[in-house]
Design a protein around this ligand. Structure first.
Ligand code: HEC
Length: 109
């Protein structure tokens, strides 16, 4: 049991240190950005009902995405939906999502 816990702890160490070395882990970002596509990944960036525009986030610069998500999370940038999204993200999640989205270029989301 103890041996198993130690192995798990060591694996976590390896994963998080490799993510830190690169800043954001785009692969983890891709997984957790799945929910974001529900709003940001729709054609023409318009929600069906109620109709409002959703900004395109794929291909935006990494620094901009990090700053925007931190601002929503702290409440500095006010928008109820995105503040709720930001509150679910850790600092590392934000780096990971920004790494993924900034790599998308012209592709969707
Ligand atoms: C329920 C719909 C919805 C979901 C889900 C959602 N967003 Fe948003 N997002 C919006 C809307 C609407 C705005 C525009 C808010 C504003 O005007 O400030 C926005 C704005 C943003 C911006 C700022 C874009 C800009 O050009 O300034 C970023 C970055 C962003 N979202 C990232 C995300 C990420 C990452 C996720 C997933 C963790 C996510 N959003 C999930 C609706 C959503």
């Amino acid at each position: 049991m103890i041996k198993r816990l130690l192995t798990a702890a060591m694996l976590c160490g390896v994963i998080s240190s490799s993510a830190l070395a690169q800043g954001g882990d785009a692969e983890h970002g891709r997984v957790i950005a799945f929910t974001c596509a529900g709003c940001h990944g729709i054609p023409f960036h318009q929600n069906v009902y109620p109709t409002y525009s959703v900004p395109r986030i794929g291909g935006q610069s990494e620094g901009y995405i990090i700053a925007a998500l931190r601002a929503y999370r702290s409440g500095e940038r006010r928008h109820p939906t995105m503040q709720a999204q930001g509150n679910t993200l850790s600092d590392q999640d934000i780096l990971d999502i920004a790494a993924y989205l900034s790599e998308l270029g012209d592709r969707q989301q």
